[in-house]
Design a protein around this ligand. Structure first.
Ligand SMILES: C[S@@+](CC[C@H](N)C(=O)[O-])C[C@H]1O[C@@H](n2cnc3c(N)ncnc32)[C@H](O)[C@@H]1O
Length: 208
């Protein structure tokens, strides 16, 4: 008796950090020299899907620790046969340390990172001092870190880390777009938060 159906092979749209040994060479990975954006914790992949469709001149890698979500996003990308978007299943901290080459990324996006409300779980938060150091390592000179959250206290932490970091120059936050249809949002979490009427904290910082 078969309990689980065999997993669909989603390669090259879905790979895991365990599948890769050496730092990724983007030109081989995507088959072109276009700039690379990384979406940290891409979740359901609304951003990855829409941005990669709107910008065929760029490449997009989502990194997602929840394989179920990552595979779901990759399935949508595969359906579209998207050539410029991939999902990497795993912890962004391991990916940045082991697989993303220094000074190779144009933009790092961190949208609606898990807030981990309970004090005893705070150390699981992605956006920390060490994470910022990793971002500095992987960004190209002049590269950008872009973030948004609906958690005011977490946004203060992010601003505190970024606004006072001499390695970065704050950029004006992107204007809030008026949605033209029900799915016209930056990400799924932005959609939920804005439909609840919550204020979104947004920031962008450029590596000097
Ligand atoms: C609150 S959701 C936001 C998802 C998406 N960015 C959005 O705005 O709709 C946070 C996502 O980050 C992922 N995540 C949390 N910690 C992570 C880590 N260390 N590495 C990669 N992904 C992570 C979670 O699995 C989850 O999908």
């Amino acid at each position: 008796m078969q309990l689980n159906p065999p997993r669909v092979d989603l390669r090259p749209w879905f790979l895991t950090v365990a599948d890769l040994q050496a730092p990724i060479v983007w030109s081989r990975f995507f088959g072109n020299e276009n700039p690379v954006d990384i979406d940290v914790g891409c979740g359901r992949g609304l951003f990855l899907y829409n941005e990669s469709l709107a910008h065929p001149e760029r490449n997009y890698l989502g990194i997602e620790i929840d394989f179920k979500e990552g595979r779901r996003t990759a399935t949508r990308l595969k359906k579209r046969q998207a050539e410029n978007a991939r999902v990497l299943g795993g912890d962004v901290r391991e990916a940045f340390q082991r697989l993303i080459a220094p000074q190779s990324v144009a933009v790092v996006h961190v949208y609606f990172p898990d807030p981990w409300w309970k004090a005893k779980h705070r150390k699981r938060r992605v956006f920390t001092n060490d994470f910022v150091d990793q971002v500095v390592e992987v960004l190209q000179p002049g590269g950008v870190l872009s973030s948004a959250t609906d958690v005011p206290e977490y946004f203060e932490v992010i601003q505190g880390l970024m606004d006072h970091d001499p390695r970065f120059k704050p950029l004006p936050p992107p204007p809030e777009k008026i949605p033209e249809h029900d799915m016209d949002y930056l990400t799924s979490f932005e959609r939920k938060a804005r439909q609840r009427g919550e204020t979104i904290g947004r920031g962008r910082w450029k590596l000097r």
